[in-house]
Design a protein around this ligand. Structure first.
Ligand SMILES: [Zn+2]
Length: 281
């Protein structure tokens, strides 16, 4: 597993981890992506995203590996509660931009493999017969496909990244997303201050014997597929498996540097924290 911050000297707001063996002889792999605070406006919190994502990721890894008999949704719910308790006395956790994260977790043990995904960190899987599958929470993409989202995004693209006009349009776009869709019915959900969000995660179980290998990828590495179109999710998974997480992320950085103006591949951030985990069961 490899996690690379967006730039040197900047705190990495992704969190990855793996633990073997769990209390039933299996294991756990997780990847979280802390949502960057808005470049404009407040979060209601005195902590930074790295503080939040390390707390939440650490708690989730602990709970999942220690309590193999507890459903992953319950583990996530308890991890959110534990993290909330660590700053509810100083921070407003009901703020729409309270620190929050995407979550992907896979746990295997006994006869089962269990998975959970919330927001845009993805799980990729290969079965013993070589078949590929992906586990994706599509709600953010559904928001991005809406006409009003595209209009708001199109206004942003009229300006050169980094200019005053671009910042004004970016601020308006962020507020549009926060007010209309962030942790709202009909929008998309992240792990923030409300433990109830665990019930909204994409969750399921498979016979463990069916699973040969698993990949977990935050969107900073998933750009290879989603933004740069270098290949499908399956092709990304093959790259991760055969060349390794470091090579995948290096390839993402090379493409980003080849498009410094963000014109060929429009994207909010020049680079993003990028993480990939590969597990062979
Ligand atoms: Zn806080």
């Amino acid at each position: 597993m490899v996690s690379v911050p967006s730039a040197g000297g900047v705190l990495n707001e992704d969190f990855i981890g793996a633990a073997v063996p769990s209390s039933d002889g299996g294991g756990v792999a997780i990847a979280l992506d802390g949502v960057s605070p808005p470049a404009y406006g407040e979060t209601g919190c005195v902590h930074n995203p790295a503080w939040f994502v390390a707390r939440l990721g650490g708690a989730l890894l602990d709970l999942a590996v220690t309590h193999h008999d507890r459903d992953l949704r319950r583990c996530l719910s308890e991890a959110v509660s534990r993290t909330a308790a660590a700053h509810v006395s100083t921070c407003d956790l009901r703020h729409v931009r309270t620190p929050q994260a995407t979550v992907a977790i896979v746990r295997w043990g006994g006869d089962e493999a269990e998975y959970l995904v919330l927001a845009d960190t993805v799980i990729l899987m290969e079965s013993v017969d070589g078949a590929f599958s992906s586990i994706i929470d599509t709600r953010l993409d559904e928001v991005r496909a809406r006409a009003e989202f595209k209009e708001s995004n199109a206004r942003l693209r009229k300006f050169v990244a980094g200019t005053e006009e671009w910042h004004a349009a970016m601020r308006a776009h962020q507020e549009f997303v926060d007010d209309g869709f962030r942790n709202k019915e009909g929008g998309f959900f992240t792990a923030a201050g409300d433990p109830g969000v665990a019930a909204r995660a994409v969750h399921g179980r498979l016979p463990r014997a069916q699973v040969r290998s698993v990949g977990l990828v935050t969107d900073g590495a998933g750009r290879w597929t989603e933004v740069f179109g270098r290949g499908s999710w399956e092709e990304l998974f093959v790259t991760l498996k055969k060349q390794g997480a470091r090579r995948l992320i290096d390839a993402v950085r090379e493409i980003e540097l080849s498009d410094p103006g963000r014109t060929r591949f429009p994207r909010g951030k020049m680079h993003d924290d990028a993480s990939a985990v590969f597990v062979e069961l």
